[in-house]
Design a protein around this ligand. Structure first.
Ligand SMILES: [Zn+2]
Length: 273
């Protein structure tokens, strides 16, 4: 009987048409239900919040790693790879960096690289030319408190859209050294995915609380916001065909979790499809 699900044609994931459900930390007997968004830069619904998020994360990483020298280079991915080898040799360690790709109106690709190491312009220029990177290397010192403002100029919706249009489908626009982690590890939350949208689960649940919605670009013209999260007592539609006893066993430690972070916020785990 367990296999019958496989026989059915599985509903394909689309932004917001699946949900994740699970026990809410520190709230005994409470389930959380969260809309599962695609979190893609290519999605007009997900791009603005994602960009806000990545800007905040880069700013935080810049602060932590003292990355305050912004470099505007003529873009060549391969050159940057070679350059990192030269830099590692020169400074005896691999440099921490965050890179953001951008295309100018004339089609020139640029790589903006944020590093924390002082690099003399002269050395950089010679090294860059030696690996075929061209003559232009622009070094700017950016005050650590201005990194966020700088990123706001370069990491905005239309620029990112343009960059993505010019890139192969799976190419990345952000690169970081291994020493920098923009997105920390997801904690094991004990949540699971349901192949139904949050609206359906909302209708099936009772006594909703902590209902949240988000403004999204594609609904704004209609004055609507998207339901993104709610809490409720456990309900059968949330379980799907999951075993109740097994679910309760894994939910209890989560429910009994002693809260460390602030009340009611930041407790919603992030889950990717
Ligand atoms: Zn999306």
């Amino acid at each position: 009987m367990q296999q019958t699900g496989k026989m059915k044609r599985e509903k394909p994931f689309g932004c917001g048409n699946f949900s994740v459900v699970g026990p809410v930390k520190g709230k005994l007997g409470v389930f959380g239900t969260k809309a599962l968004f695609c979190k893609s830069y290519r999605c007009s619904r997900c791009r603005p919040p994602k960009l806000r998020d990545v800007r905040a994360r880069i700013s935080a990483a810049a602060e932590t790693h003292k990355l305050n020298r912004m470099r505007t280079d003529r873009y060549i991915r391969e050159c940057w790879r070679k350059m990192r080898v030269l830099l590692a040799r020169q400074f005896g360690k691999s440099l921490a960096f965050v890179g953001v790709l951008e295309f100018q109106k004339n089609g020139n690709a640029h790589l903006h690289i944020l590093v924390g190491q002082y690099i003399p312009q002269k050395w950089l220029s010679i090294a860059w030319q030696s690996i075929g990177g061209g003559r232009y290397v622009d070094i700017r010192f950016v005050d650590i408190h201005r990194v966020s403002a700088y990123l706001t100029v370069y990491l905005v919706g239309d620029k990112v859209v343009k960059t993505l249009e010019l890139l192969p489908k799976r190419a990345r626009i952000f690169t970081t050294s291994r020493s920098i982690v923009l997105y920390g590890k997801k904690d094991k939350s004990g949540w699971w995915m349901r192949r139904v949208d949050i609206g359906e689960l909302y209708d099936a649940a009772e006594n909703h609380s902590n209902v949240r919605s988000v403004p999204v670009d594609d609904l704004t013209p209609f004055g609507l916001e998207l339901l993104s999260y709610f809490e409720s007592p456990p309900f059968s539609a949330a379980l799907g065909n999951r075993d109740v006893i097994g679910m309760l066993r894994s939910a209890l430690p989560v429910w009994n979790h002693k809260k460390v972070s602030s009340e009611g916020s930041g407790e919603v785990p992030k889950t990717k499809p």
